[in-house]
Design a protein around this ligand. Sequence first.
Ligand code: GLN
Length: 217
Amino acid sequence: MKIRLAHLYGNLLNTYGDVGNIMALRYHLRKKGYEVETDLISLGDKFDNKKYDFVFFGGGQDYEQSIVEIDLFKKRDYLKEYIESDGLFLSICGGFQLLGDYYSTMDGKKIDGLKIFKHYTINPKGSKRFISNVKIESTDSKEIYYGFENHGGRTYLSKDQVPFGKVIEGNGNNGEDKTEGFVYKNTYGTYLHGPLLARNENLCDNFVKIIEKKLIK
Ligand code: GLN
């Protein structure tokens, strides 16, 4: 059976080895006997939301985030439909920020997000970047996950958003409220580079199970 993975803007947003998430998932799926195909979906490409079993949207610098801003909007409805139909979606750092309302950079530029979720991100002038190892406890499974964060943006969730986890070490979304990332259906946003799925085999296993559950439906 063939599993299809999509790497959104993988040629622009791919900091701290984020592509390792695709590699880790592919490794585990192949070990279980699946054939795996990965597509890079970038500027001007159509996102066919019926085709994929996993979508990955990684992190990047402010400049690259501003390049994808306009193109993102054209993919919005297809991505929203994918998310609402329980598609497995992992977004990290810059990608996580861009699923939300907006990201306002330190020099005052506002980058519009997809506005599929209500979180917003600000990078206050003169503030320190959050560069640290992170340890969190997952909201859903109570498992512990480890990662590495490097972001200037501070993200604030809306009241109805559920955090991916609780910060045990590090800064997480904003360094204030102990929230880390968010989760909605099978969509995850997080600041944890690592690469996350390579460093946390338990989470990678959970993702494989989600994919398999959808296959037999
Ligand atoms: N440019 C964003 C920030 O600094 C995201 C960084 C990242 O993806 N690592 O907050």
